[in-house]
Design a protein around this ligand. Structure first.
Ligand SMILES: Nc1ncnc2c1ncn2[C@@H]1O[C@H](COP(=O)(O)OP(=O)(O)OP(=O)(O)O)[C@@H](O)[C@H]1O
Ligand SMILES: [Mg+2]
Length: 280
């Protein structure tokens, strides 16, 4: 196909040899299949930030490291330079997370390069070599659902042990490759130790897996891996090979009504944002 403008500089720099086709255009990015030598790779072209408010909301970006104080001040003030700095920080967060997670042994697309707002990474493929489907596009038997759920819970644990919470994990951001599930779409990933919303986001990520795979294997619906994982993490005893039961005894005590109401408000706002995103 004709080279889209945003990919021209990668062609000029010799980072890619051609553009094969567009995979999809979402709200936040356009994704292309590109040729690099005799390999196909995936190029994710980030769009302008205008419609991204939900994942760039404060709960995701809280405590993110910024290069210098000038950028920090500009970002706080919302100047044009500040907005550019924020945009760059957002895009590079995905590359950073991919490198960090790949190093920790999490199955994510292998990152190759980040150039001019374009992330060049491994094209995740199915057994036929075509772009892999999202979990949402696949039907599973109960046994397959149990197996993929277990694999993905182990991946969530590995991520948390590497200090990362995905923050938008769902059947829409996991691809089914020939060799199993691959986690994608990480610009909103949060730092597990430094972000006050990390616990809530982790619990939601794990609950999304439960709800999705519970459609095929209903016994998963009563599991409580999220609470169990977070409790072990907080105690400092979580390791990638820690055995999990999926059961968790919640502490009984006086209920903090204020915090329950905050959770409900958060959940409502998130659901509204999610619907908005899916409507496109
Ligand atoms: N490395 C990859 N290999 C194969 N397909 C990919 C890869 N990365 C992304 N895709 C395809 O492109 C789609 C969008 O990618 P991604 O979720 O990273 O972008 P996004 O703009 O944040 O999307 P959305 O807003 O829809 O979640 C994915 O659902 C998937 O189908
Ligand atoms: Mg996505």
């Amino acid at each position: 196909m004709k080279t889209p403008k945003r990919l021209q500089s990668l062609l000029d720099e010799g980072l890619i040899d051609g553009v094969q086709r567009q995979l999809m255009s979402g709200k936040e990015a356009m994704v292309f299949v590109v040729r690099c030598g005799d390999e196909s790779r995936c190029a994710k072209v980030y769009k302008e930030a205008t419609q991204r408010s939900f994942r760039q909301a404060v709960d995701y970006t809280e405590n993110r490291k910024v290069k210098n104080t000038r950028e920090k001040r500009a970002m706080a003030k919302g100047t044009r330079f500040g907005k550019q700095a924020q945009e760059a920080a957002w895009q590079s967060a995905e590359v950073d997370a991919l490198y960090r997670l790949a190093a920790a042994g999490v199955r994510v697309p292998r990152p190759y390069n980040f150039h001019d707002g374009v992330l060049l990474m491994e094209l995740v493929v199915n057994a036929e070599g075509a772009a892999a489907p999202r979990l949402n596009d696949v039907e599973f038997t109960a046994a397959q659902a149990r197996q993929h759920h277990a694999t993905l819970i182990a991946e969530v644990v590995r991520m948390l042990c590497a200090g990362v919470v995905h923050g938008d994990l769902s059947e829409f951001n996991i691809l089914l490759a020939a060799d199993g599930p691959v986690i994608i779409d990480l610009p909103q990933a949060v730092d597990a130790a430094g972000n006050n919303h990390a616990q809530r986001l982790l619990l939601r990520d794990v609950a999304n897996l439960r709800t999705f795979f519970g459609r095929f294997a209903p016994e998963l619906l009563t599991s409580e891996y999220g609470a169990e994982i977070w409790a072990l993490y907080q105690r400092g005893t979580l390791a990638p090979d820690t055995p999990l039961t999926g059961r968790f005894v919640h502490r009984r005590g006086p209920t903090d009504v204020g915090s329950v109401l905050r959770e409900i408000d958060d959940a409502r706002a998130e659901e509204a944002a999610r619907r908005l995103r899916m409507a496109v």
